[in-house]
Write a protein that binds this ligand. Sequence first.
Ligand code: HEM
Length: 174
Amino acid sequence: MPARYHPILVTLHWLIALLLLMALIAGTLVLDDVPNSAPGKTDALRIHAIMGVSIGVLMLIRLALRLTTRHPAPATSGIALADRLAPLAHWALYALVLGMVGSGIAMAVQSGLGDALFGDGTLPETFDTLFVRGVHGLLATLLILTIALHILAALYHVSVRRDGLLRRMWFGAR
Ligand code: HEM
C-alpha cells in the first residue's frame, strides 16, 4: 500500500478545501445577509455560482480518482468508535458538497438566476420562499460541522498521536 495519496488527489484536496472555505465564508457572512436589491449582490452571486459549480466539477474528478487510485491503509486513532466513524465522515463530505452544488443549481433553475447573472434579467426579490434555499442553508450548516470534525480529527492525529498523518495528504515519494 502506498504511503501517500496520489499527487493529483493531494492537489485537489487542498484546492477544494480553499475554494470551500471561500464559498462557505462568502455564503454565510455575505450572501445570506445581503438583500437581493443591494448593489453588488448580482456580482457576488455570479462569483458564488461559478465557484460552486467549479467545486462540483473538481469534487467529481476527485471522487473518480479516489475510487480508482491506490491509497494508504486506513489510519488508526486508538479510539475504536472514531475509526469506524472516519470513513462515514469522509463519504459525508463528498455527499454534502455535492448536495450543496445540486441544491445551488436547483435554486438557480427555479428562480431564473441564470438570466439574471449571465443575461440582462433582474434578481428575484428573494430566494427565501424556495424550499431548496432551506436545503442549501441546512446542508451548509452540516458541511461546516463535518469539516470542523475533520479538522479536529486531523489535529488529534498530529498533536496527540503524533503519527504524522498529514504527510499522507502531501507530496513526496509514495
Ligand atoms: C460547494 C458549493 C457551494 C457552497 C459551499 C455554497 C455555500 C453557500 C452558503 C454557505 C450559503 C448561505 C447559506 C445560509 O447561510 O443559509 C449559500 C447561499 C446561496 N448559494 Fe451557494 N454554495 C455552493 C454552491 C452554489 C451553487 C452551484 C449555486 C448556484 C448555481 C449557489 C447559489 C446560492 C444562492 C442563490 C444562495 C442564496 C443567497 C441568498 O440567500 O441571498 N450556491 N451558498
